[in-house]
Design a protein around this ligand. Sequence first.
Ligand code: DI6
Ligand code: FE
Length: 396
Amino acid sequence: MLLANATLATMEGAAPYGLIRDAAVQIEGKKIVWLGPMAEAPGGPSMDMEGRLITPALIDCHTHVVHGGHRAGEFEMRLNGASYAEVARAGGGIVSTVAATRAASAEELLEGALRFVDALLAEGVSLIEVKSGYGLDVETEVKMLRVARLIEQHRPLRVRTSFLGAHALPVEYQGNTQAYISDVCIPALGAAVAEGLVDAVDGFCETIAFTPEELEPLFSHAAALGLPVKLHAEQLSQGGGTQMAARFGALSADHVEYATEADAKALAAAGSVAVLLPGAFYTLRETQAPPVAAFRAHGVPMALATDCNPGSSPMASLLLAMNMGCTLFRLTPEEALAGVTREAARALGLSDTGRLRPGLRADLAVWNVESPAELSYRIGFNPLHQRIFGGVICQT
Ligand code: DI6
Ligand code: FE
């Protein structure tokens, strides 16, 4: 099938967005087989795209869409003046989501996740990353990753999973971090790997979570299993997480609001991606933005994602994340679109998508816009015309 009379944002090459106007893209099966100017287009059956913009399908490379319950109650408590301590004493925070996730059945977790997945699909997303991390025991961490894998059987998109057993310390291990890592986290990772449920290993390196030293045994174990790592790092403070991620050749360091110039150099040398999560920055009303200028100066690829989770980023719109990336972090619209396509694929270690190029997957998004900048310019407006997944036009 030839998609004719389109503007292609290939996201590679010298031109901004890799833009090719008056162009066409030829799809055979699940792959792009040709793209270029209309004048050079091959013959055969075609669809008139009526001048619309075609981009690579969007990629949300950092989500927690599998989880039980919600945290609207603590949101309301805080806005009625309760302190974080009062919220915590009332059982709020990650621990409340852990309790709800342990109590939920796999069917209930899947039903809950699909609501957020459907919102992402409606905005042209065809690949998402899904983390565990609300189980904090072997059984529930495995349950979460089984559900993450099930998503692909219920919706037309691809899912990559990350084991995040080192997300928080469960109440039963308070004061005993090393035991949690050795007696729960590492065995849970082994059980999940045994079922083929893990594509990468993640952790939360922060004063309220784990230190680099506490995470080291888990990351070394991941490396011994041949699994890539990624890390929630420097979200609320400078704690050496980004340096550790770079030391392990991580796919990405995520949040990175408190990363330094030295951290940017380390990420560049390691070939790691900085994943920016403006939804959490906005929700927590943070004041220090990630060092975007340093990432640019050292050539650190920057991705953008929703961090869709019930506490710090209850956001299921990647288009809004693009707008926030520009408005809050001063990314250019081209960097924002690259952040949810080319660089998001890189943050997941995938080279078969994220650009328009012959040989790559025909995962495309067709937009009712005149300029790619419109995708990050508008707030709460979805200009998607069509989503094409593996060469098939999807209704969702
Ligand atoms: N950083 C965050 O902001 C979230 N997890 C993490 O590693 C918080 C998740 C939650 O509040 O449920
Ligand atoms: Fe996160």
